[in-house]
Design a protein around this ligand. Structure first.
Ligand code: ADP
Ligand code: ZN
Length: 436
């Protein structure tokens, strides 16, 4: 088991909390340099002196995505513009994109965090790392790129798309580690099959870093089995740098969230009350090492729980469960709350299904109507009609058991659903806005 910075990764909890308190106080002072927090803190009488213990964090106001979007982006800037060396803008999956500033020190620290994650997953300087996500404003590309270089890995900055070329790169350079978005990982298996490439036999892959969008445990297993490698889940968001916030260790029992860099809270998204370990709620994060743009109690809108207990790897930083989606992703149909992830975990666990699906929501008169369109697997596609009918019945039944409503199911020929190379669009909600 390798450590990037063993001392800090296995730090005693008491010592970690002392470090968090010290850094939180520095962060409050730093944040007070930005117009937004200066105004907020002055109005509420908050200063680093008001933080005597970590519990006092709970007295501080939450920061939301709307706060980031409502004023000028530079309202959150806590250093002079001369010190800013990079500006990232989040993907804007759920609305107006938000701007995030970095100083040289921020970038240096970020690369270190990502190197720590990769090292924990078992990546070594002997690996060849193919970074198959978008470079540019999306933080996944540059984030993993600099982290892997920091670790001393050979990096292939492949970027996104052009599947044939990606496969050739893997073959020609013996790629052993890939970074890929889950929906594209599923799609690429199909492309490999079309080109007659069997990844288990012809490629040298051993680890896939998979993140940036929600995916189920069933999808992880599918990717692992088809490529013949280990999938490590990677969680991050632009507002907290990007990737490198939380990452699987090889035990795959949850994502270690680096608590020397972030304070983690899970709150009930409705009452805003803190939730204990084991209960799912909204992830709230406070940065502890950010210079250009510290954020205090930032509501991520991502849903997860803290996994109770210790990890076998010996790291003391607590583990986050698999992310269950965003609060904004929840669909309410006929009064029932549904997360796309529930649909995915049913579909991707079956051998009758292919690699792509979409959920369409409509109105049928006054009633909500949900249709799950899923591609068939190659073998089901070439099977008799009767086998297709049986598969249809089975999928409908399993979805009904999971969701407690009965969606219509449509089996689609392989490769016939629209696919994207960036974050997948899994839900098409055609209901009029005011009714949705
Ligand atoms: P946007 O919020 O516009 O998509 P980002 O590129 O910053 O912009 O994406 C961060 C978001 O992506 C997270 O808040 C989370 O919703 C999602 N995400 C990132 N990694 C994972 C992961 N491993 N599992 C589930 N969701 C993830
Ligand atoms: Zn661990």
């Amino acid at each position: 088991m390798s450590f990037w910075e063993e001392k800090i990764e296995v730090i005693e909890r008491n010592e970690l909390e002392r470090l968090q308190l010290e850094r939180l106080r520095q962060t409050i002072s730093q944040a007070a340099q930005s117009p937004f927090y200066k105004n907020l803190f002055t109005g509420k009488g908050i200063s680093s002196d008001s933080i005597k213990t970590l519990e006092h964090l709970q007295d501080l106001p939450l920061t939301t995505k709307d706060d980031l979007r409502s004023g000028r982006p530079e309202d959150f800037l806590a250093v002079s513009p001369q010190k800013v060396v990079r500006l990232h803008v989040s993907s804007g999956t759920t609305g107006t994109p938000t701007a995030v500033y970095h100083t040289m020190q921020d970038l240096d620290n970020w690369a270190d965090m990502v190197a720590r994650c990769l090292c924990m997953a078992g990546v070594t300087p002997s690996d060849v790392f193919q970074n198959m996500v978008g470079y540019g404003l999306f933080t996944g590309g540059l984030g993993l790129h600099y982290g892997a270089e920091r670790l001393g890995v050979t990096v292939l900055p492949a970027g996104v798309g052009n599947s044939r070329r990606q496969i050739n790169l893997m073959k020609n350079f013996g790629t052993s580690v890939i970074h890929i978005i889950p929906s594209y990982a599923l799609k690429l298996i199909g492309t490999m099959a079309d080109f007659g490439v069997n990844p288990r036999e012809e490629l040298n892959l051993r680890i896939a870093v998979v993140g940036a969008e929600p995916y189920s445990e069933a999808t992880r297993r599918r990717i692992e089995n088809e490529y013949g490698l280990m999938v490590v889940n990677s969680y991050g968001l632009s507002e907290m740098n990007g990737p490198g916030v939380a990452f699987d260790c090889p035990h795959q029992t949850g994502l270690h969230l680096w608590e020397d860099n972030y304070i983690l809270e899970i709150i009930d998204p409705d009452t805003l009350e803190p939730l204990p370990a084991g209960q799912t709620g909204e992830v709230v994060l406070t940065t502890l090492c950010r210079e250009a743009m510290p954020l205090i109690r930032f509501r991520t809108r991502d849903l997860a729980s803290i996994i109770p207990g210790d990890c076998l790897c010996g790291r003391t930083h607590r583990r986050l469960s698999r992310l269950q989606g965003r609060t904004d992703d929840m669909l309410i149909l006929k009064g029932v709350n549904i997360f796309p992830m529930q649909v995915e975990s049913v579909l991707m666990g079956l051998e009758e299904t292919g690699r792509n699906y979409v959920i369409v929501v409509d109105k049928d008169g006054d009633l909500d109507k949900m249709t799950v369109r899923v591609e068939m697997s190659g073998s089901l596609f070439s099977a008799e009609e009767q086998a297709k009918d049986q598969a249809h019945k089975k999928i409908s039944q399993l979805l009904r058991d999971e969701l407690l409503i009965s969606p219509a199911v449509e089996l689609v020929d392989p490769g016939n659903l629209p696919s994207s190379e960036g974050k997948a669009v899994r839900v098409i909600d055609n209901r009029p806005k005011e009714a949705g």
